[in-house]
Design a protein around this ligand. Sequence first.
Ligand code: SAH
Ligand code: SF4
Ligand code: F3S
Length: 436
Amino acid sequence: MRGKYFINTYGCQMNVHESEKLAGILREHGYTEANTLEECDIVVFNTCCVRETAEYRVLGNLGIVKKLKESKPDLKVAVCGCMAQKPGAEQALKKRCPFINIIFGTHNLHKFGDYLDLLDSKKYIGEVWDSEGEVVENVPVYRTSGVNAWVNIMYGCNNFCSYCIVPYVRGRERSRNESVILDDVKRLIGEGYKEITLLGQNVNSYGNDLADKEVNFANLLDKIANLDGKFKVRFMTSHPKDLSEDVVKVISSSEKLADYIHLPIQAGSDRILALMNRRYTKKDYLNKIDMIRKYIPGVGLSSDIMVGFPTETEEDFLETVDVVKRVGYNNLFTFIYSRRSGTPADKMEQVDIKIKKDRISRLIDLQFEIGNEEATKCVGKTYEVLCDEWKNGKAKGKSSCEKAISFASADDIVGKFVPVKITATKNNQLKGELVK
Ligand code: SAH
Ligand code: SF4
Ligand code: F3S
């Protein structure tokens, strides 16, 4: 046994899943999981740099580890992920935190095992590849997300939204081979996973980079839906410009594909959307929502929205408010625009932080109200719920349209699909009872 590991994960689901790969590699090298940071022998920071706040959090926690290392000099520290992948970040991190033992980027995550092997003989190992290379398969995975299993279908992003750093730290779009994905999903269902979440920065571009023109996202979903077993398939994220009618039709045709789409609009003003390089208008977006609702009545929708993008005026912001009111999202992920150096938006005229804060709080309040209205409409309805948590008679789960519901159950029913009738709602939370 080599010792115990502790992984700190920041950022999106892509990173959450990559931490499962880091754990897989660590376990292959004889490490076991620590319950707390204090008891570990190696701590891994799997970082995010999508907003400044994410980077501050990493740096703050590295400060805590620095202290810990003073009393525990043998503690090893590894830093990887998107923040480490930024050009020049390795040197900057090393300078700021000389106690770090390993730094590697997103493109060479699969090499982590080699770095662990060198750890005994070297004080410092730093390697960040500047280009993405081919898709690497067969990285070990230690899954920790309960009834759900994450499955990458593609890596990278070609969209270059003007505010976003992801394309710079994740490289160009690369799709995984279709038969490899299908084999993965088949195996995971066989192992008992009840929910499969397909991951990609823009899942609708799946297959665009492959030679076989029959391979696309709609066909992939259809093939997965035709696999045997009782399970639900989710995916994220969809770019509104690329979400096709074919994909929506496939979702509506199969019980196994969840009635839920996360479709980030970012902003409602056409002028801001153009500056963001999103390549759709408010009208295009609302038309897509109508199309989705036509095929999938009762669909659950969610979105990412950013306030305070450079030059955003009150009128622009009110266009965003209008979209939120018209769509009626289940869930909204709201962000204050954060400057990312090297992106085009960083050079545009910035909005005052006070205005940004005011706009985000108005948006959060609005969504809270809408969420409550939507939740109230659910009372009396019965949903099929996949139970993902159970403790002392209290169960939790999600409907196909991704409503989170809590209910009582005498038995541990984690991993089971059960009918639950909604009886009450409090602060957007749905409570229900098992239908016998
Ligand atoms: N590929 C996905 C998600 C990317 S990052 C997509 O296109 O939707 C997740 C979210 O972070 C984005 O949807 C966006 O709302 C937000 N985000 C990205 N860059 C940001 C920045 N510079 N400041 C604030 N929020 C940002
Ligand atoms: Fe960033 Fe846009 Fe790519 Fe999403 S689609 S990762 S927001 S550049
Ligand atoms: Fe962050 Fe990287 Fe995801 S920057 S949001 S962890 S792709």
